[in-house]
Write a protein that binds this ligand. Sequence first.
Ligand SMILES: Cc1cc2nc3c(=O)[nH]c(=O)nc-3n(C[C@H](O)[C@H](O)[C@H](O)COP(=O)(O)OP(=O)(O)OC[C@H]3O[C@@H](n4cnc5c(N)ncnc54)[C@H](O)[C@@H]3O)c2cc1C
Length: 422
Amino acid sequence: MVQKPIAIIGGGIIGLFSAYYLLEWGEKVVVIDKSSGNEGCSFGNAGMVVPSHFIPLASPGMIEKGLKWMLDSESPFYVKPRISLELLKWGLQFYKNSNQKHVDSSVPLLRDLGLISKLLYHDLAQKLKYSYEEKGLVMYCKKQNTLDEEAHVAELANNIGIEAKVLDKKSIHKLEPEIRPEVAGAVYFPGDAHLNPTELIESLKKYLVDKGVVIKHNSEMINIQTVGDEITSLEIMNDEQKEMLEVGNVVLAAGSWSGILGKMLRLNLPMQAGKGYSVSKSQVPNKEIFIPNILVEARVAITPMSGRFVRFGGTMEIGGLDGTINMNRVRGIIKSVPEFFPDYALDVPKKEEVWYGFRPCSPDGLPYIGHSGAYKNLFINTGHAMMGISLAPASGKLIAQQILGKKTEMDLNGFSAQRFGN
Ligand SMILES: Cc1cc2nc3c(=O)[nH]c(=O)nc-3n(C[C@H](O)[C@H](O)[C@H](O)COP(=O)(O)OP(=O)(O)OC[C@H]3O[C@@H](n4cnc5c(N)ncnc54)[C@H](O)[C@@H]3O)c2cc1C
């Protein structure tokens, strides 16, 4: 009998790593992606691999901060007011989860997922050959009260086994000579890493295709056929032609579109797209930025990539799947950089030079990884928000383990795709 493939809906980093581990365990895999294959959230992001980011977005104080930011057109966070039941439900869940109890239960989950991923990236860098460096991450603070908050996170990090150091001005300069002396201080997480996401995806795709995985681009999953509680085929639209693909198992890894597709699949996966922007510029000769860093007040991520250029990324706009580029927010990113790196006073880029991506955000800040509960052969791997690159290898490995009935490397209950009901 011909083996039916495992179909993965979504060819971003989460879909590709799901494919990778299924392939490694001998499965036949088809990845279906509606994009042309070189765009989307997994490409132009900041490439940080950060086990240090173990606190979920839904946490105490976030609502207050968010409301304050809403009043500033250049701020890093914005919710576009609109009449949407989905947004309302999502906001309500976000509010319900923004408490200490939720943080306490999420921290070990995000820490473990992050640490497993980091180890996998370390090993895979040799095999897949993408630019990957383990130089850590610095969180720069302009103001003392921000530094105090970050120092508190550093203390928590050390308590849960993630190394963190609070740096004074002198030690900051040793690490990054080009930083302005006015910064109040910083927290350094030496265990973090970074990579070039485009190189990663290209090498991962090449590896998969060479080993027999079929990756179909410009192919949109538009419907399913079922028998009882099993999905038997996916209806795919490619180049205005319909195709029926018979499937064994199915993995939904469609990023910010997973919530909408979830409805077709009898699932309740609350999801909002959190749009972010990035701009990439060459390193300034003799004034290079060495260590990936985050400007904490501005929420701007700065990553030196592939020894050639620096990427500046930020902003979280909850505004639906709307690809309009808001230049005010891009300006906010650009303006914050020379406050820390005086040689990086960048011109505001043209719209065409700005990259954007939709982060798939669940309302409690945790991804959905596991069985769907809706169809017996449907599995979910999505909702990684600001951490999709960081968490992709572990998430891919875990979903593959679950599909194949292997013991999962960590417990998946906290990531249940059914946690918001059906
Ligand atoms: C500015 C910015 C900076 C970031 N920096 C970092 C960082 O430093 N570290 C980090 O860990 N994360 C970072 N992220 C987050 C990270 O980029 C995302 O979490 C990650 O890319 C999400 O991957 P994904 O595969 O879930 O989604 P996507 O990459 O969006 O992939 C989903 C795919 O599904 C496809 N699809 C949708 N619907 C269908 C359908 N019906 N049929 C077929 N295909 C479909 C889409 O075409 C898309 O290609 C950043 C994001 C932004 C915006």
